[in-house]
Ligand binder design. Structure first.
Ligand code: HEM
Length: 300
């Protein structure tokens, strides 16, 4: 069979058309990938990953060579937000059907994804104001604040706000997804419902709360967690509490890494999204995710 393009001399093709590469040391032929796969249509890899779409979505707004990594980092983070939202939806659904095994698996995966998300700050963590200024004005009023997927992530943590839907009014799909997420029980709501089904004294008012409102920390819920944490350490509820605490800590780290990167890149200037910038982000970063899981520790 003729080769569509030249192969290096070390690469051979057998009678079945399989391409192999000689391993010089052992002298044993090791099969190399089949070059014919996808040669007449698109590759199965492309069909699955849509890499050609993904790698052509980068359209910098300035001529500055440093803008590309700002854009790619932002897109990478959007993809991690998407994966994490998927895990938390899986976990919430599993909790609803009392399947702690599936819920714990999803939560554990999400902590690895959060670690990868946080590691993605590296290329942007040390921008000087001059480097950021080189493309900042090209961003106009664009801001991560307008990220619909990040908002879904916050809603799943119980940080609900109908006002946060306003920037998405012009995008019907994102608006519909956010509106649904606003009305649905958050991951934390599902945790509290599970605790109530297991006989813990979660107040009725919390179980019947208006789901579209921000969850506010509650002393009775804190007492429930203190009781759980004072019990057997190997219990599945302590392990659930610890997995959720890991999630909370990693989200808090993302917020703080974002805050520090912003402080380094633009000091106390106003944000492109119209906020006070660092001062506003400081306020956001002070919030504890799943607050009772942290405060209960003082009472164990
Ligand atoms: C060094 C680069 C960055 C700077 C200087 C920066 C700055 C800011 C500022 C000032 C805000 C407040 C809202 C505003 O007025 O614009 C904000 C919000 C936000 N940014 Fe960034 N940002 C940076 C990188 C990123 C990246 C890479 C992402 C990834 C998607 C991101 C996601 C967000 C999100 C989700 C919010 C809203 C946070 C919330 O609602 O609590 N930012 N950013």
């Amino acid at each position: 069979m003729s080769q569509p393009f030249p192969l290096s001399p070390a690469v051979a093709e057998d009678s079945g058309g399989n391409v192999s590469r000689e391993t010089p040391a052992a002298g044993v032929a090791v099969a190399a990938p089949d070059l014919r796969i996808g040669s007449t249509t698109t590759t199965p890899y492309e069909d699955y990953v849509q890499a050609s779409v993904l790698t052509h979505l980068q359209h910098p707004l300035s001529d500055d060579p440093g803008e590309m990594v700002f854009l790619v980092t932002t897109q990478v983070m959007e993809l991690w937000f998407t994966a994490i939202v998927h895990e938390w939806c899986t976990a919430a659904e599993a909790l609803r059907s009392d399947d702690l095994t599936v819920a714990m698996d999803a939560l554990r995966r999400s902590t690895y994804e959060l670690e990868a998300l946080n590691a993605a700050w590296k290329p942007l963590a040390r921008l000087t104001p001059e480097q950021f200024n080189a493309y900042r004005s090209a961003l106009g009023e664009g801001s991560g604040f307008q990220s619909a997927m990040y908002r879904r992530l916050e809603f799943l943590l119980g940080e609900k706000s109908a006002a946060m839907l306003v920037p998405h009014r012009g995008a019907p799909r994102e608006y519909a997804e956010l509106e649904q997420a606003l009305q649905e029980p958050s991951l934390w709501d599902e945790v509290l419902r599970l605790l109530a089904r297991r006989g813990y004294a979660v107040p009725e008012a919390i179980l019947r709360r208006d789901l579209a409102l921000r969850y506010e920390s509650d002393p009775d819920v804190e007492a429930v967690w203190a009781e759980i944490y004072a019990g057997p350490q190997e219990s599945e509820l302590v392990r659930l509490g610890e997995a959720l605490t890991d999630v909370g800590e990693l989200v808090w780290r993302w917020r703080n890494d974002h805050l520090v990167a912003t402080r380094r890149a633009m000091g106390s200037k106003m944000g492109t999204g119209g906020s006070a910038g660092v001062a506003w982000l400081e306020k956001r970063a002070r919030k504890n995710v799943f607050p009772e899981l942290w405060t209960a520790r003082s009472h164990v």
